[in-house]
Design a protein around this ligand. Sequence first.
Ligand code: NAD
Ligand code: DAU
Length: 341
Amino acid sequence: MKNILVTGGAGFIGSAFVRHMVEKYPHYTIIVLDKLTYAGNTDNLLPVHDEPNYRFERGDIADAVTVKRVLEHYQVDAIVNFAAESHVDRSIMSSHAFLDTDVIGVYVLLEQARALGITRFHQVSTDEVYGWLAEGDFKETDTLQPNNPYSAAKAGGEMMVRAYHVTHGMYTTITRGSNTYGPYQYPEKMMPLFITEAIDDRPLPVYGDGKQVRDWLHVDDHARAIDLVLHVGAAGEVYNVGGENEQHNIDVTHRLLQLLGKPKTLIRHVADRPGHDRRYAVDCTKIRALGWQRNDDFESLLAQTVAWYQRNEWWWRKIKTGEYLEFYKQQYAQRLADAQA
Ligand code: NAD
Ligand code: DAU
């Protein structure tokens, strides 16, 4: 592998992967292809901007002409696809963009790669494709039962990856990651939303009873897992990547408030997310066998994450304007008004 195309590399996890790869593999060229949707942000890539083995192209993975041009121009050897519409609440408001990118976009990437004889393809997927379970954990062989339009679209993308492996012999791999947290996460997701809202003494909208369980994985552990699977993962295989760190949402919320020195009175229990998955958990035996280990110090990683948002207001304050405020109003205004009534 020499020239690696990272689609969606200007997003939260994609940019962490790019920063990691550019530094670790100076003999590779890392090319980002990103549409720069509302979630894409070239500020996330400032740390690698001047590195000689980094390139950036703006474009849509669902646009075959652009994809073909970029693959040919950089003589790409491998594709790692992070590009996606990634927020469950937005998929409930409107699903079309999720199908365009998370299903059609994956197909276009696969087909253009196949046509040019590029066989290495890694798809970044999610533990949400399994649905939820009350006890135990999901194995890679379990049935996919996605419950919201986002996870259904991600499952659709995965099925195309599987088909291109079986039918066309492409060397594909898939990782199914759990809830990821850390620096540079768009402040629509629970952790950065609650941290940045609490900094401004604004209410934190906890959905329902807050007893839902998420399995928190640090973004650098997630990026290292994808690097590992890209290099030593077996063709056609799927690997769970979990934090093995289950937390109730309400407990995470309390901890964030403690770290920020803010009162619990900021918490509002608001109307629940429709179809809200109650609990996620994945078995990570398979990726551990490849040599992956997560950092298990959630307490200090959480504290570092909070400190990053405190130190980097320049990064998130300019995001929380314009379209963001429209989304915020649509998602939360009525919920918060009802919660206060
Ligand atoms: P994100 O929303 O922060 O970033 C997505 C990136 O993809 C943005 O830079 C955006 O501009 C780009 N993009 C969107 N549509 C595009 C298109 N059509 N063409 C090119 N670029 C496009 O997402 P994230 O949280 O970093 O997630 C990255 C990947 O990891 C996604 O595939 C997501 O499903 C998966 N994942 C996320 C998590 C999580 O907790 N955030 C966990 C497991 C898996
Ligand atoms: O599990 C992996 C998935 O994790 C990824 O595939 C998704 O891309 C990513 O967005 C994330 O999905 P979630 O829906 O779990 O993440 P989110 O941050 O939106 O929500 C985390 C939990 O917090 C969830 O139970 C819903 C709850 N929540 C979220 C928001 C935004 C609230 O209670 N209030 C909120 O305002």
